[in-house]
Design a protein around this ligand. Structure first.
Ligand code: ZN
Length: 115
């Protein structure tokens, strides 16, 4: 399950942020994940439970925002949401598209307790 390695890398980022800033505990964290990451939000939440055990992240309230894949067609210039993993412009059928969004894996916001 690749969710665990994603959760571990995000948890490590949060841990070092907390260490640098002197935060004792993370109360709430919002993670945004692009649809191209093919992450199962339930599995990811479960993975955070494992990765965060014994850390500042333990018992943090976790929200996962899923972001759609957004394509920009190089032929007609139209941007569109992409539901599947097929990267074709729904407007003109061209496969020559840029992926504008969908690869995100980032901390959107967090609420912490200072020492
Ligand atoms: Zn197009």
């Amino acid at each position: 399950m690749h969710e665990l390695s994603l959760a571990e890398s995000v948890t490590n980022t949060i841990k070092s942020l907390c260490a640098q800033s002197g935060w004792a505990k993370v109360r709430r964290v919002v993670i945004k994940v692009g649809h191209m990451r093919q992450v199962d939000p339930e599995l990811l939440a479960f993975a955070f439970g494992i990765a965060g055990k014994g850390t500042v992240m333990e018992n943090a309230d976790l929200s996962i925002m899923e972001l759609p894949i957004i394509l920009k067609c190089k032929a007609c210039g139209k941007t569109s949401d992409c539901e599947s993993m097929v990267f074709i412009c729904p407007n003109c059928g061209n496969a020559n598209v840029d992926v504008l969004s969908g690869m995100e894996l980032a901390i959107e916001s967090m609420e912490v307790e200072a020492v």
